[in-house]
Design a protein around this ligand. Structure first.
Ligand code: PEP
Ligand code: CO
Length: 448
């Protein structure tokens, strides 16, 4: 691919698009894409630009990005309590990292659109029958029967409305007083309160409360937006290119193209080919872009990706999300950082300690060990410090609910306990308590 070629929102169609569903009826598919392309944008260009400016700060070490949420959102889980619990734990983590870590935290949810999944295989075997793989609620249904797995383009339309409903509530919570710093203590979750993490959180929340009361007492207004509101951004993997194309609009104030399905879009480890359709599509929209980088990455490919997606070397445009695994981080990260530093690329370096630490436990569950997650994060910080580069963010699969999907953590969940509350439809997530534990760990390191 040469960047000299003209970009249009459909130019990705001239390139190979991996991980796309086999939509059975192209007429129905095109109709859905047409319908989507006239619906209102989910996010606005001005918000996207604000996020990019904040990420530019993260690339210089002046802020830190916290990105987290479900591996895969489900339509049935789009409920007020679920959205509130996810937001609540992200707010808790962010307050810990800001107060104890001393850095502004950029809050980005894997939410309001994380409905499509790449799969390692097109099909799977269930009781001796080969059926198409589940590819996320925006494509097919999870039930392990053939009929449920046939891709239905109408699910993309439903995904749009689910994202709109989620965003609507998120905007209400973050603007309407729920996220006010007067409420930090109230965010603590019942099942977390009694744990060591819950108690540490409570102590910190009390200090913030006192600080706010003090400001109020001496006459500093505390009903200002910085105290009573928060900025919250959305993100998902830009996987279904037809959907993303339909959500891509020209910003009337600048004439530039933005993908208005979410503020930040990322390219997955399986679809980041430099000459592939995903890279072609995303090079033309001005959103901040994330790229997942796995342990088998080639340094030259990473360079070409950066040059293609960010030819102007604009700070805040690119986040490289390394997901190397505890076994490989120590070998893969140093030369990668060194080379990118030598090139002078402006990058937000973020750590995804989840995706390369997945394994199947003895009981047969897909899980991750809290210690591996913790260690990949620690290793990430240490290597950045050693190389003189900047650790700028973390990318987590997590939930506000009391699930038992990852082993370890303060309550030391073991393999035999995983089945108690194993609710994920894709990858195992940190529960609220494990997430808070990670937030305290990161706070300790970002104040470094
Ligand atoms: C994900 O983030 O859910 C994912 C599939 O990640 P990766 O592309 O890094 O495997
Ligand atoms: Co995942």
């Amino acid at each position: 691919m040469t960047t000299a070629k003209e970009w249009t929102k459909t130019s990705w169609k001239d390139y190979t698009a991996l991980q796309q569903p086999n939509w059975p009826d192209s007429e129905k598919y095109e109709k859905v894409i047409d319908d989507l392309s006239v619906l209102p944008p989910l996010v606005f260009a001005g918000e996207i630009r604000a996020l990019k400016e904040m990420l530019a700060k993260a690339s210089r070490g002046e802020a830190f990005m916290l990105q987290g949420g479900d591996c895969s959102e489900n339509f049935t889980q789009v409920t007020a309590p679920n959205i509130r619990e996810t937001l609540k734990v992200l707010l808790q983590m962010s307050v810990v990292m800001t107060y104890a870590g001393g850095k502004p935290v950029i809050k980005v949810g894997r939410i309001a659109g994380q409905f499509a999944k790449p799969r390692s295989s097109d099909t799977e075997w269930v009781d001796g029958v080969e059926i198409p793989s589940y590819r996320g609620d925006m494509v097919n249904r999870i039930d392990p029967v053939k009929e449920a797995r046939i891709p239905n383009p109408k699910f993309m339309l439903k995904g749009y409305y689910m994202a709109a409903a989620t965003l609507n509530l998120l905007r209400a919570f973050t603007r309407g007083g729920y996220a006010a710093l007067h409420r930090v203590q109230a965010w603590n979750q019942e099942f977390v309160v009694q744990s060591p993490m819950g108690r540490s959180y409570d102590r910190l929340a009390k200090q913030i409360d006192q600080a706010i009361k003090f400001m109020h007492t001496i006459g500093i207004p505390t009903d200002i937006p910085q105290v009573i509101q928060t900025q919250f951004f959305t993100s998902h993997e830009a996987l279904l290119l037809g959907y993303e194309e339909a959500m891509t609009r020209v910003d009337s104030t600048t004439g530039d193209w933005y993908d208005c399905s979410a503020h930040l879009l990322w390219i997955g480890e399986r679809t980041r080919q430099v000459d592939g359709a995903h890279v072609e599509f995303l090079r033309g929209v001005l959103n901040p872009i994330g790229i997942k980088i796995g342990p088998t990455c080639e340094i030259d490919d990473v360079k070409r990706l950066i040059e293609t997606l960010n030819p102007e070397n604009e700070a805040g445009r690119l986040t490289l999300i390394t997901r190397l695994g505890i076994k490989n981080a120590g070998n893969v990260l140093p030369p990668l950082l060194r080379e990118m530093k030598k090139e002078g690329f402006n990058i937000v370096w973020s750590c995804d300690p989840m995706h390369a630490n997945t394994y199947t436990s003895e009981s047969g569950r897909k899980t991750r060990d809290f210690n591996d997650i913790f260690e990949e994060i620690t290793t990430f910080f240490h290597i950045h410090w050693a190389e003189g580069t900047i650790p700028g963010g973390v990318h987590l699969e997590m939930t506000g609910k009391n699930v038992t999907e990852c082993v370890g953590g303060a309550r030391n969940i073991n393999d035999a306990e995983l089945h108690h509350r194993y609710h994920t439809s894709c990858d195992p997530r940190l529960n609220a308590e494990q997430s808070l534990e990670v937030a305290f760990q990161i706070a300790d390191m970002i104040k470094h």
